[in-house]
Design a binder for this molecule. Structure first.
Ligand SMILES: CSC[C@H]1O[C@@H](n2cnc3c(O)ncnc32)[C@H](O)[C@@H]1O
Ligand SMILES: [Zn+2]
Length: 447
């Protein structure tokens, strides 16, 4: 045997027409192979070179496809998928006070969360998301459901001043939240985190306790912040402080904090976020649908702020397709900045991958196709006539595609989606359970 016949053993070799590795930035590779061993990426190299260097147990040929890192949906309320289309065409506070909170009071239970979270995961997997962040009731059920499905998830336990189906108030939320952190903190798939709902629902005391818990455990904090002009105006009226100022003065703005929405920002707000190293999670479609406002994404990026992207829940979006979200984000960024060059296709793709990984503190092993990182990746089939001709696959992914073109995904090196079919979720059984919820919810609405 000569030296050049020695090959390295691998588990999966994916032969892709195009690879967008995200790192290095703005790169499109052609006819490359991605080599996976166990849960990690071993190499991303030209297919000719792979023939000489690796021998994989399984080869997957994707001749019309782009392969890229799995998408990271950085904000949502997964089980709210069961409320999709229940209350449309309303502004945030009417939507919450008069429709969503009453519905949550009636229906939230462990089974609602299990079924709704599975519905959301099926949609997210089908459209290219491999990691999601959740902020909802019964986070222990969400964590178990994500783990069972083999999805990665940041699971934020909810924190509010008032009682909900999950607890009687802050004391109980913290007790159950500490259990959640202890149970999952070393898990490879689940990242337990702290979810103070919003400045207008959580007072200073619990926010200070959240900060202490984060410092003690390393758990990240995710909070709705500056979602609407009403939120900012009311805060200024009652406390003479903008919400970002109040949160900053409590000490809560920092590199472990993810601020969701961030519309209505003035220069002082942007300075505070930039100086603190906090992350912003942009949810453009929820902001549009609830007429909440616009996040000045390009200004934030220009100030060096890490901007990730999320869908928010399916009751305010009304889907969990992150590719659709990217298209909206790119369009809004251009008009907001009055600059067609704002948020390029490659920048948008980075928002849904490496920027999400940074917000999670997981950029060392998620968010790009780099040897040594975890094998969380997706393939998008560009053979559809509506996606022809292909000059630039990055352009198509953001401006022409929607998530249904996602054909394959792997998480931790395990196939989750093969030729558009979910491998680990029984969709027929799930549909029966979802329809049963629809009947219960509909009957109660018409009563
Ligand atoms: C603390 S559990 C999450 C809580 O948040 C509600 N919610 C869903 N979407 C939004 C949004 O865009 N802004 C504020 N609150 C939202 C959800 O219904 C739960 O009650
Ligand atoms: Zn939300």
């Amino acid at each position: 045997m000569t030296a050049d016949t020695i090959t390295t053993a691998a588990d999966i070799r994916i032969n892709a027409r195009w690879v967008i590795p995200i790192e290095p930035a703005d790169t499109v590779l052609e006819n490359h192979a991605i080599i996976i061993r166990g849960s990690r990426i071993l190499a991303v190299i030209p297919q000719d070179q792979a023939n000489h260097e690796f021998h994989a147990r399984e080869a997957v040929d994707l001749p019309d496809h782009v392969v890229m890192p799995g998408l990271i949906n950085m904000h949502g309320h997964a089980a709210m998928s069961l409320f999709r289309g229940l209350a449309d065409d309303l502004p945030l506070m009417t939507w919450l006070n008069d429709h969503i909170w009453p519905a949550e009071q009636k229906f939230i239970s462990e089974q609602f969360i299990a079924d709704g979270t599975q519905l959301a995961m099926a949609e997210m997997l089908r459209t290219g998301t491999t990691t999601f962040s959740d902020m909802y009731f019964f986070p222990e059920i969400v964590a178990q459901a994500a783990h069972d499905a083999g999805m990665r998830a940041q699971v934020c336990f909810p924190l509010l001043d008032f009682p909900t189906a999950w607890g009687s108030g802050p004391e109980e939320y913290f007790r159950k939240g500490a259990d959640l952190i202890e149970t999952w903190e070393t898990d490879e798939f689940i990242m337990p985190a702290i979810g103070p709902h919003a400045p207008y629902t959580v007072s200073d005391g619990p926010l200070a306790t959240a900060l202490a818990l984060s410092r003690e455990t390393g758990a990240r904090i995710q909070m709705h912040l500056h979602e609407t002009a009403f939120e900012v105006d009311e805060a200024v009226k009652t406390s003479e402080k903008r919400p970002t100022q109040r949160i900053d003065e409590i000490g809560l703005l920092g590199p472990d904090t993810q601020c969701v929405h961030m519309t209505q920002l003035d220069d002082t707000d942007i300075d505070r976020v930039a100086t603190s190293g906090a992350h912003v999670v942009h949810c453009p479609e929820s902001n549009l649908k609830l007429a909440s406002g616009l996040c000045p994404v390009q200004r934030l990026i220009d100030r060096g702020i890490n901007v990730a992207i999320g869908t928010d829940g399916a009751a305010s979006n009304n889907d969990l397709d992150l590719f659709g979200e990217l298209r909206s984000a790119a369009m809004i960024a251009k008009v907001t900045a009055q600059d067609a060059a704002a948020l390029s296709a490659h920048q948008a793709l980075a928002m849904a991958t490496i920027n999400g990984a940074r917000a999670l503190g997981r950029e060392h092993d998620l968010g790009s196709l780099v040897p040594g990182k975890l094998a969380d990746l997706i393939a998008i089939d560009l053979s559809d006539p509506f996606l022809q001709p292909v000059y630039d696959p990055a352009s198509h992914l953001v401006y022409s595609n929607h998530g249904r073109a996602v054909s394959h995904s792997w998480i931790h090196g395990v196939p989750q989606l093969q030729d558009g079919k979910l491998t680990r979720i029984d969709v027929a059984d799930l549909t029966l359970r979802v329809n049963a919820w629809r009947e219960r919810i509909r009957q109660s609405e018409t009563r």
